[in-house]
Design a protein around this ligand. Structure first.
Ligand code: NAD
Length: 464
C-alpha cells in the first residue's frame, strides 16, 4: 500500500525541480520533491553560484594586479584563494537555505534519498523504502561532468569542476581540457592568482559554439592576458609520470602528436545526463543518447511523466531548466502552457571578457538562405565602458533583411551577460532592430551600445 498520495512528484531539487514545485504549489497542487543531496542542484551548490562568486574574487585580484591603470600604487598584496573558496561556500549555502525556506513556505514535502520510478504513478525512495504516488511525475535529475576515454577523472590530478570547487590551492601549472563555458570560466578564476593556464580545445576556436567573430575576439583577449591555448588540439589520453604528480597529456593537432605536461588537469568536455538507475527502462521511457526524450511541453512518451532540465539535454542551462519546469507544470495542470523558443533564451559565459548570445550565429543565419542584415558596434567608443576601463569587445545583432526579425545577438565585453535582458524581451516581443533603436538608452550606460548596434543595422549608428 502506498504511504503517501500527491498530485505531483518531482525528482530532483535543482533549478528545474524546485521551481516546478513552487509553480505547482501556486496552482494548488500538493507536491513531493525527492532529492538525495542539497536543494539547489549543481547550479546553487557546485556550478553557477560558487563559480560566479569565485569570478568576482578573481576580478578583485585582477584589479589589484592592474592598480596602476587607475593611478593606484599597491606595494605588496596577497590574495588568499582559500578564502575565495570559503566565500563561495557561504554564498552557496545561503541560497540553499533560501530554497529550503521557499519549500516550507509553499508546503512542498521534501523526501531525502534516491528516487526510483516503480510504476507510471509511483516513486520509491530507496533509502527509506517509502512509496509515493501521484498522477503526474516530473524527472529533473540533472547531469554530471563527463570525461573522455583515456582521461579518467581521479579527483586529484585529473579533476572536474566539482573537485575544483573545493580545491583551496590554485592549481599551477594547470591544463584545462575543453574551451566552452566551464573551461574558460575556470581560466578566468585561476589566472589572476598567477596560475600558468593552458586551454586545449578540440575544435578550431575557443568558445567554439559562439559566433566566430566573438570566438576570434575572445582568443585575442586571451593572448593579451597571457592565457595560453591550443585549438584543433584533441586530448587523446593522460599518463601519470613516475612518482611525481605530473600528468602528461597526449594531444593530437593538425601538425601531429605532442605531449602537454601539467600538475593538474581540469576536464571540461561536457556533461552527461543523470538518467541511470531511475527505473526508466522498465516503464519504457524513451531516451535519446542517454537523455530523456521530451516534446515541446516536456512530456516523455509515457503519459503523466515529464522531464525537464539537463536530463533532457535540450539546452543545459539553469534558467532553461526553470522555464521548462514552469511549462511542464502548467501543461499538466491543464493551463495554457508555453513551449519554449530556445532561440530566444540568453546563453551567458562569465569569463573575462564576458560573452553572451542568443539565437543563431552568423554562419547559422546564412545557412537559412535568406538575406541577413548585421548591425555591429564596439564598446571602445562608449563613455561608460572607457570610464570603467573595460572597453574591448562589441555587440552584433543579426536580423532578417526583409522582415527585420532578430535572428541572433552576439556580445563580448563589459557586463554583457547583464545586457541580455533587453534582447530576451525584444525577441519574445518579436521586435526588429529598428524598434530597439527607437528605445532611448540611458547615457552614460553600456546599453547605449545596444541602441548603436541596432542603428548600425541600417548604417545609421551615431558615434561611428
Ligand atoms: P561543453 O559541452 O559546452 O563543451 C565542451 C568542450 O570540450 C567543447 O568545446 C569540445 O569541443 C571540447 N572537447 C571535447 N572533447 C575534447 C578533447 N578530447 N580534447 C579537447 N577538447 C575537447 O561543456 P562544458 O564547458 O563542460 O559545460 C558543460 C555544460 O554546463 C554545458 O551545457 C554548459 O552550457 C553548461 N555551463 C554553463 C555555464 C554558463 O551558463 N555560464 C557555465 C558552465 C557550464
Amino acid at each position: 500500500m502506498p504511504d503517501t498520495q500527491f498530485d505531483l512528484i518531482i525528482i530532483g531539487g535543482g533549478p528545474g525541480g524546485y521551481v516546478a514545485a513552487i509553480r505547482a504549489a501556486q496552482l494548488g497542487m500538493k507536491s513531493a520533491l525527492v532529492e538525495r543531496d542539497n536543494l539547489g542542484g549543481i547550479c546553487l551548490n557546485w556550478g553557477c553560484i560558487p563559480t560566479k562568486t569565485l569570478i568576482k574574487n578573481a576580478e578583485v585580484v585582477d584589479t589589484f594586479n592592474h592598480a596602476k591603470d587607475f593611478g593606484v600604487t599597491v606595494e605588496k598584496f596577497s590574495a588568499d584563494y582559500g578564502s575565495a573558496i570559503d566565500r563561495s561556500r557561504v554564498v552557496s549555502n545561503r541560497l540553499v537555505k533560501g530554497v529550503e525556506f521557499l519549500m516550507k513556505k509553499n508546503k512542498i514535502e521534501i523526501f531525502k534519498g534516491d528516487a526510483v520510478l516503480t510504476a507510471r504513478d509511483q516513486v520509491q525512495v530507496k533509502q527509506s523504502g517509502q512509496t509515493l504516488t501521484a498522477k503526474n511525475i516530473i524527472i529533473a535529475t540533472g547531469a554530471r561532468p563527463r570525461s573522455i576515454p583515456g582521461l579518467d577523472l581521479d579527483g586529484k590530478n585529473v579533476i572536474s569542476s566539482r573537485e575544483a570547487l573545493e580545491l583551496k590551492d590554485v592549481p599551477n601549472p594547470l591544463v584545462i581540457v575543453g574551451a566552452s563555458a566551464i573551461g574558460v570560466e575556470f581560466a578566468t578564476i585561476y589566472h589572476p592568482y598567477g596560475a600558468d593556464v593552458t586551454i586545449l580545445e578540440a575544435l578550431p576556436h575557443l568558445l567554439p559554439k559562439e559566433d566566430e567573430e566573438v570566438s576570434v575576439e575572445f582568443e585575442k583577449q586571451m593572448q593579451r592576458k597571457g592565457i595560453q591555448f591550443k585549438t584543433n588540439a584533441k586530448v587523446e589520453k593522460a599518463e601519470k609520470s613516475g612518482t611525481r604528480s605530473e600528468i602528461k597529456l597526449h594531444v593530437t593537432t593538425p601538425q601531429g602528436s605532442e605531449i602537454v605536461a601539467a600538475d593538474k588537469v581540469l576536464v571540461a568536455v561536457g556533461i552527461q545526463p543523470n538518467s541511470e538507475n531511475l527505473g526508466l527502462e522498465a516503464l519504457g521511457i524513451a531516451l535519446e543518447r542517454g537523455a530523456i526524450a521530451v516534446n515541446e511541453f516536456m512530456q516523455t512518451n509515457v503519459p503523466g511523466i515529464y522531464a525537464i532540465g539537463d536530463v533532457t539535454m535540450k539546452l543545459a542551462l539553469a534558467h532553461v531548466a526553470s522555464a521548462q519546469g514552469i511549462t511542464a507544470v502548467e501543461h499538466l495542470a491543464n493551463k495554457i502552457a508555453r513551449p519554449l523558443d530556445y532561440n530566444a533564451i540568453p546563453r551567458c559565459t562569465y569569463s573575462d571578457p564576458q560573452v553572451a548570445s542568443l539565437g543563431l550565429t552568423e554562419a547559422q543565419a546564412r545557412e537559412l538562405g535568406g538575406e541577413i542584415a548585421i548591425g555591429k558596434f564596439p564598446f571602445r567608443v562608449n563613455g561608460k565602458a572607457l570610464g570603467i576601463n573595460n572597453y574591448e569587445g562589441f555587440i552584433k545583432i543579426i536580423s532578417d533583411k526583409k522582415y527585420g526579425e532578430i535572428l541572433g545577438v552576439h556580445m563580448i565585453g563589459p557586463e554583457v551577460t547583464d545586457l541580455t535582458g533587453e534582447f530576451a524581451l525584444a525577441k519574445s516581443m518579436e521586435m526588429t532592430p529598428l524598434e530597439l533603436a527607437h528605445a532611448v538608452h540611458a547615457h552614460p550606460s553600456l546599453t547605449e551600445v545596444i541602441g548603436e548596434a541596432a542603428l548600425a543595422t541600417y548604417g545609421e549608428a551615431i558615434h561611428m
